[in-house]
Design a protein. Structure first.
Length: 262
């Protein structure tokens, strides 16, 4: 299994070269559900590359991948892939985008990889072995005063029709903390919690490929990740909350109190 972790890491590194090479080029862009839900030929190419190579090093694997096989599933060996998390950022040459790959064995997250080659940031984690940025161990922040926190969030593509209005949550939360950022990549937001930049993060209506790698990285960095009932996040959860642990209850309570008023 140690060999598999390293082999998959090398494959993600190779995929990162594809992402980096395409970053400054003109993009072939199409839309999915709505006009600002974007996909590029690079998304499709990286995903196909990852699936083909991971099949080779881990025979018998199944895949949950955003662009080609997005049906939620369980499997003994499951790779969960977002070829570009932050596609809109990528299209507009804003370098906060990444490749996100997670490996689940018998339903438990085992490996997580989040790679942003534009900023030379490669986050990795193995269950029980810590979280790393460019092979240097990272940990969450120690901030326990909610009023001093630096938070992150994101907005669902079709936010105007969403059951929960996260724009209102964002607005209500702004005056209670130091600042809130919306940078456009859930995977990297989670990694920034893991390395102690963000004290907490929340978002609604995400998919497994957006967050699974980042969840393990946060957990292995000493943080806490839960879903909408303050229990372990699952594929069916509409809310994800991640934090350094010290502010988790307060962050969850604030989100819950605002959404319950709607």
């Amino acid at each position: 299994m140690v060999d598999l972790f390293q082999q998959a890491k090398e494959i993600v590194l190779e995929a990162g070269i594809m992402l980096l090479n395409a970053f400054s080029e003109e993009k072939k862009v199409s839309t999915k559900s709505i006009h600002y839900d974007l996909v590029t030929e690079t998304d499709k190419g990286i995903e196909a590359f990852l699936i083909e190579r991971l099949k080779t090093v881990c025979p018998g694997s199944k895949f949950l991948a955003e662009e080609s096989d997005a049906q939620h599933k369980t499997a003994e060996k499951l790779w969960i892939i977002d070829p570009i998390d932050g596609t809109t950022n990528f299209v507009h040459k804003f370098p906060f985008s990444c490749i996100s790959v997670a490996y689940m064995l018998h339903g438990q997250l085992k490996y997580g990889y989040v790679y942003n080659p534009m900023m030379n940031e490669f986050y990795t984690a193995q269950r029980g072995k810590g979280a790393y940025l460019n092979d240097h161990k990272i940990c969450v922040s120690g901030e326990s005063d909610f009023s001093k926190t630096f938070l992150a969030t994101g907005f669902f593509y079709d936010f105007t029709n969403a059951k929960v209005d996260n724009v209102s949550v964002f607005r209500s939360m702004l005056s209670q903390v130091h600042a809130i950022r919306r940078a456009g990549s859930a995977a990297l937001d989670l990694c920034y919690v893991a390395k102690g930049v963000f004290d907490g993060y929340w978002e609604f209506y995400l998919n497994p490929w957006d967050v699974c790698a980042g969840i393990l990285i946060v957990q292995e960095a000493g943080g806490t990740v839960t879903g909408s009932a303050l229990k372990e996040w699952s594929f069916s959860d509409e809310l994800i909350v991640a934090s350094n642990g010290a502010i988790h209850q307060e962050l969850f309570n604030q989100i819950n109190s605002i959404t319950q008023k709607k």
